[in-house]
Design a protein. Structure first.
Length: 570
């Protein structure tokens, strides 16, 4: 038994020896040992170095004259310092200059530096320079571990174009992003921003403005952040502002005020360089000078070109007169010509489903154009206007105004004027090719019907205003004069044919012209009703009258084949 155990022991020893030999012959893989970073603070140079264990700083070495420290690739120079070798830190005094790489430098009057935590506390006349940015403050802490510098007793960040100041702020030298709090002021060549919280990306020159602005902190309620320039003021609570291009994206119900013009919206895009404004979400544009307002879901307008449009429940409100006018269209567009000159004028276009309401005037049409040169409003494609009990229809209606008061109205093509009488049963009617109406202080005083005139009107008794009969007239021209109380004074016609029917002897069907159409159900009834489109029913639209072709100036030439054919005929 003992012999067997001795043999097994020999075998085990031989196996272990073989393993050792094989391992010795096989090249061992070189293990990677992490390189240890030297975290020590080195005092490289000082003109004078001493140690006083009985002085006020027994743990410090006192260095004076051209003091030079090194730590993790950074250099610090100063006039004098307390060097705490045991804690790997020092306190520097006089002309402190810190440099890290080729892009960051810092200077101050005195500083505390902790080599273990890589934290530097700089005080008095602190200047931090990083690439193109310079930060001025009196109290700054610089965390080398996270590349973050922050001040808490007021500071200014300056570059080649902008100046930014605040009570408290941070600047990251890695991301080159800054955040500033409390009484933040950003100055650009064209704008000044006032807010309480601002994030600034120095690489992209984009400032994110958030929060409210409280001037003279602690006094009064906070208000919206403000962007000021020579043209106006922007008020917002959430905005992105590009200081290089002067473009702004405004959120959180912002407002742009330009002299007497104001635009407010849930989202606004504003460019002070190009003058371009774009608003979304319940946009309200107010012109205090001209006393009008525009509301829409989307508005685009350029202040420098004077061109823009409004859509999505677009509504124009004109409050320049005693009665306010409300007008809606699917799209409203404005064009300005010869802007910033003495010959400037504008054209306002409204198209698709145009409806207008004023207490004394209502209208609908497919599209319209307003020209400021002659203060003319032109309505196209089945336009209808109402004024009290009078209705006008035609192919095209032109309304000329003077300070928003109607002075003339032209109904061109298939003109039809209908006036509902007080009994709401009978109607005065005039049909003609064209009708021209003239107003005085907003009241009609004269009306001219031209070409193919047909009229039905009911003369009344001057005593009790009872109807005398029905007068049917045909003429080439009819001119009517109306009193200031809207009573018919007289009628002038050069030549006419007509018939007067007593009220009891009016033939059936003679009480209305064959073109009579009363569209009172389409009439806007309130400011809110302008958004509800009601068009003409099928079959009631005006007929399209084609113009006669111009006469031929020359006879058409016959083809050669026709000439030969005509010659062959005997």
């Amino acid at each position: 038994m003992g012999k067997i155990l001795r043999n097994r022991g020999r075998v085990l020893l031989l196996f272990l020896f073989a393993v050792v030999v094989v391992c010795a012959m096989t090249p061992a893989r070189r293990r990677r040992v992490p390189k240890q970073v030297d975290t020590r603070v080195y005092l490289k140079h000082a003109d004078e170095l001493k140690y006083d264990e009985y002085g006020p700083n027994p743990d410090a070495q006192i260095a004076k004259g051209h003091v030079h420290f090194l730590n993790r690739g950074a250099t610090l120079l100063c006039d004098s310092a307390y060097y705490y070798q045991a804690t790997n830190s020092f306190r520097a005094f006089g002309h402190v200059r810190f440099r890290q790489g080729d892009t960051l430098s810092l200077s101050c009057d005195n500083a505390w530096y902790d080599g273990e935590g890589q934290m530097m506390e700089a005080r008095k006349n602190v200047v931090l320079r990083h690439r193109g940015q310079t930060l001025y403050t009196d109290s700054l802490n610089y965390d080398r571990l996270y590349n973050n510098a922050y001040f808490f007793k007021g500071g200014r960040l300056v570059d080649s174009r902008n100046k930014l100041s605040a009570d408290w702020g941070e600047y990251n030298t890695d991301t080159r992003e800054a955040v500033f709090y409390y009484d933040v002021q950003l100055h650009t060549p064209k704008n000044r921003v006032s807010t309480d919280t601002l994030y600034y990306d120095t690489r992209k020159s984009i400032a994110h403005i958030v929060g409210m602005y409280t001037p003279n902190r602690g006094l009064g309620k906070p208000g919206p952040s403000i962007i000021r320039n020579k043209d106006g003021v922007v008020k917002t609570t959430n905005a992105f502002f590009n200081t290089r291009t002067d473009r702004a994206r405004l959120y959180g119900r912002s407002t742009v005020v330009n002299k007497e013009k104001t635009i407010t919206g849930d989202t606004l895009y504003y460019n002070s360089s190009t003058g371009q404004n774009h608003g979304y979400g319940n946009v309200i544009y107010v012109d205090k000078k001209n006393k009008n307002k525009l509301t829409a879901g989307e508005v685009n307008y350029n202040e420098k070109t004077g061109r823009g449009y409004a859509t999505k429940k677009a509504l124009v409100v004109d409050f320049s007169q005693k009665d306010t006018l409300y007008m809606h269209a699917d799209t409203l567009r404005v064009e300005t010509f010869h802007i910033n000159t003495d010959s400037v004028y504008r054209k306002v276009h409204g198209y698709k489903h145009v409806r207008a309401f004023r207490n004394d005037f209502q209208a609908i049409c497919d599209s319209l154009v307003y020209d400021t040169r002659d203060s003319c409003l032109t309505m196209y494609k089945d336009p209808i206007t109402w004024s009290q009990g009078r209705q006008l229809t035609g192919e095209k209606i032109l309304v000329f105004t003077n300070d928003s008061t109607i002075r003339e109205a032209h109904v061109i093509g298939q003109a039809l004027s209908i006036e509902q009488m007080k009994d709401s049963i009978h109607y005065n009617q005039i049909s003609a090719k064209d009708i021209y109406a003239y107003f005085n202080h907003g009241n009609i005083r004269r009306s001219d019907a031209v070409s193919n005139v047909r009229a039905i009107f009911y003369p009344t008794d001057k005593g009790d205003s009872t109807l005398i009969g029905l007068n049917y007239v045909e003429s080439d021209t009819m001119r009517m004069f109306v009193s200031p109380t809207r009573q018919l004074e007289r009628i002038w016609m050069p030549k006419a044919q007509g018939t007067l029917y007593p009220m009891t002897q009016i033939p059936p069907g003679k009480d209305k012209l064959d073109v009579f159409e009363w569209f009172d159900d389409l009439r806007p009834r309130s400011p809110e009703d302008v958004f509800v489109w009601r068009g003409k029913p099928a079959g009631s639209a005006l007929k399209v009258l084609k113009r006669h072709a111009a006469p031929l100036q020359t006879l058409p030439k016959k083809s050669s084949a026709n000439n030969k054919k005509s010659e062959a005929v005997p």
